[in-house]
Ligand binder design. Structure first.
Ligand code: ZN
Ligand code: ZN
Length: 153
């Protein structure tokens, strides 16, 4: 038995707590969306989440509306990689996205932390009239996607 693995009931309680802290009502749809994002290792599109949640009885419009609510409450981060598709991921309160740049793969949406790249210095920020940097994104193709592309016909 794996004691490190949390039970589904713990996930539901955790989701309820997050929703309460964000001032949102706990609904089955919101809890399911949060838990689906929690289980996925990389950002999910609305279509991917719908594929997972529609069989559970939620319709696509409900999934989308709840994703939007969660993003507005900042429980979920919404990213668009230039392909006009929103990708959603759970915000990790322990992970300060504004403190270091991130690499995002424009093919699969996976995000990695780049810890050894400096953000613009205070002088540069002042000259560019930047009040606050919310995130620095470096876009490209990850090794996995690049490899699968080069073997494609
Ligand atoms: Zn990729
Ligand atoms: Zn990071």
């Amino acid at each position: 038995m794996n004691t490190k693995k949390k039970s589904a009931a713990d996930d539901v309680n955790e989701a309820r707590r997050l929703l309460k802290e964000a001032g949102l009502r706990s609904t089955p749809a919101r809890i399911s969306v949060l838990n689906a994002l929690k289980r996925s290792s990389k950002p999910q599109t609305h279509a991917q989440l719908a594929d997972e949640l529609v069989p559970l009885g939620f319709d696509k419009a409900t999934v989308f509306r709840n994703l939007t609510d969660l993003a507005e409450a900042e429980l979920v981060i919404r990213t668009e990689l230039g392909d006009h598709v929103w990708r959603f991921e759970l915000r990790d309160p322990k992970h300060d996205r504004s403190s270091h740049p991130h690499f995002v793969c424009v093919d699969c949406g996976s995000v990695s932390c780049i810890d050894d790249m400096a953000l613009p210095s205070p002088t540069v920020r002042r000259n560019l009239n930047i009040a606050r940097i919310s995130e620095v994104l470096v876009k490209g193709h990850c090794g996995t996607c690049d490899a699968s592309k080069s073997t494609a016909p």
